[in-house]
Design a protein around this ligand. Structure first.
Ligand code: AMO
Length: 464
């Protein structure tokens, strides 16, 4: 078709108006397209709430137009935008002063009858049902909002990483060895060889330090977590940064700076969602300390736990989940901060690439960032000397041959370097105070579920 012909063709079709833009089209005829959220019948007339990506609007319909329309039907509605009478204004939605009077309804797709009511402000479902019907429940405005917050976290992270001068990289997830510990690795049938699913982008981000000096990545990480908890997934998303020519104190400054920038972006972009979820404003540190995040070594933190909370964990190699909760409580009360940085974990408890503290090699130049009662980040300064790294791999009973490509990067010159990784779902969960990490993943994977419940899918298979 000629360009003139195609123009003629399209000019006869009424253009779609986004629902939010209807506010600017009072008394005009519009065509909106979206999903039926709610249908309310009142004798011979009725109302539909229609939602598109911009918002929700009430549509007034004569009975015959309503037919058998029901929630999640996909429709295009042509009608006139009218101002609502003063007493019928709905202050809770941005289109609350208007409604559309429908003249024509075109059905683009009929939805099957819904297994539960999706029309309420909250979707009151048990977690298994919420996940069994994930592609449907994600459409609910309050569930969808979680992932707008997640998007803002990603945006804030990317912005902070770019401000640091990091290059964004994309790294493999099929790898030759375990990086974070042997037990939690998924083995892969890789032709006639052995391979693994990556537990972290760790080795690749380090290999790219001599290339770009500063890098960041958003990567999938796989952990064969053998237990079901509220804060572990088998497939998590890690937000990683790795920086060359750097010392320990600078790393702490950088990670805390990125955390603050990332979450300030969330507050700026998603203020409405945060108030809808009824969560407190994020505490970035008391004004007295100019937004400083309190820092303690692991042993100092365990002293706080002992003195303030009466539990003697002073010889443990890590914090317990309850310690993390209590330290954050302490940090908020004493320092006005939802964050807390814990440093110097025992070297033996950390992965092979972690730099021991030269002043006391039993402890390492490592750190965790706690946020609202849970570890959301960990990282360290790295061993950058080739021979020390080979020895560290051997000391942990691993074979340096499995790390051939990684070690090459150190053999040919590696500056002092370090980095860290945030767990995206953990941050999302605690920004919104969600009860379970699965709510913070679009399609969560755990021991019992890969989209569908594994017990169910094996039952279906055995029935076939
Ligand atoms: P770590 O293993 O501590 O460190 O992981 C970093 C962050 O990722 C998140 N996370 C998880 N989230 C959900 N489910 C899981 N199973 C899971 N495992 C980890 C957490 C955690 O703080 N390579 C190092 C990082 C580094 O040193 O740069 C690493 O992976 O929020």
């Amino acid at each position: 078709m000629s360009s003139t012909g195609s123009y003629w063709y399209y000019s006869n079709i009424m253009e779609r108006t986004l629902i939010l833009d209807c506010n600017k089209k009072i008394n005009e005829k519009v065509k909106i397209c979206g999903f039926v959220q709610v249908r309310r019948d009142h004798g011979k007339i009725g109302f539909l709430d229609i939602m598109d990506r911009s918002g929700l609007i009430q549509v007034f319909c004569k009975g015959e137009l309503l037919g058998d329309l029901h929630p999640q039907d996909v429709v295009c509605i042509t009608g006139t935008v009218n101002k609502r009478p003063e007493n019928l204004v709905n202050k809770n939605i941005p289109t609350g002063e208007i409604e559309i009077s429908a003249e024509e309804i075109e059905i683009l797709s009929k939805a099957a009858e819904l297994p539960f009511d999706m029309g309420g402000k909250d979707l009151n479902l048990q977690l298994p049902t919420l996940l069994d019907f994930r592609s449907l429940t994600l459409r609910h405005p309050k569930v969808k909002a979680i992932f707008k917050v997640q998007e803002a976290i990603l945006k804030g992270f990317r912005k902070a990483a770019e401000d640091l001068g990091c290059t964004e990289i994309v790294v493999p997830t099929i790898v030759a060895g375990a990086t974070e510990g042997g037990a939690e690795v998924f083995k892969l049938e890789y032709f006639e060889h052995k391979a693994y699913l990556s537990q972290s982008p760790q080795l690749y981000k380090q290999m790219l330090v001599p290339v770009f000096e500063r890098v960041f990545t958003v990567a999938k990480a796989y952990r064969a977590e053998p237990s079901v908890t509220t804060r572990h997934l088998t497939e998590a998303t890690q937000l990683d940064i790795e920086v060359g020519f750097i010392e320990f104190e600078e790393l702490l400054e950088i990670l805390e700076g990125v955390a603050v920038k990332m979450l300030k972006t969330v507050e700026e972009e998603c203020g409405e969602v945060l108030s809808e979820f009824g969560v407190e404003k994020i505490a970035f540190g008391s004004p007295r300390e100019a937004g400083k995040i309190p820092r303690l070594t692991l042993r100092e933190a365990q002293e706080v736990i002992f003195k303030e909370f009466g539990r003697d964990n002073r010889k443990e190699k890590d914090l317990t989940p309850q310690d993390e909760v209590d330290l954050c409580k302490w940090s908020l009360e004493k320092h006005g901060s939802d964050f807390m940085t814990i440093t110097h974990f025992p070297t033996k408890a950390k992965p092979f690439y972690t730099m021991p503290d030269p002043k006391d090699p039993e402890y390492s130049l490592s750190y965790d960032l706690l946020f609202r009662g849970v570890e959301v980040l960990s990282g360290s300064q790295r061993i950058n000397d080739y021979q020390q790294l080979v020895d560290s791999i051997k000391n942990r009973g691993m074979n340096p041959d499995s790390f051939e490509m990684y070690l090459q990067a150190f053999k040919f010159g590696m500056p002092p370097e370090g980095g860290f990784s945030f767990g995206l779902e953990r941050v999302t969960m605690h920004v919104l105070n969600l009860a379970n990490i699965r709510e913070a993943s679009l399609f969560p994977r755990d021991m019992e579920r890969v989209d569908v419940r594994l017990s169910q899918s094996s039952k279906v298979k055995s029935q076939k």
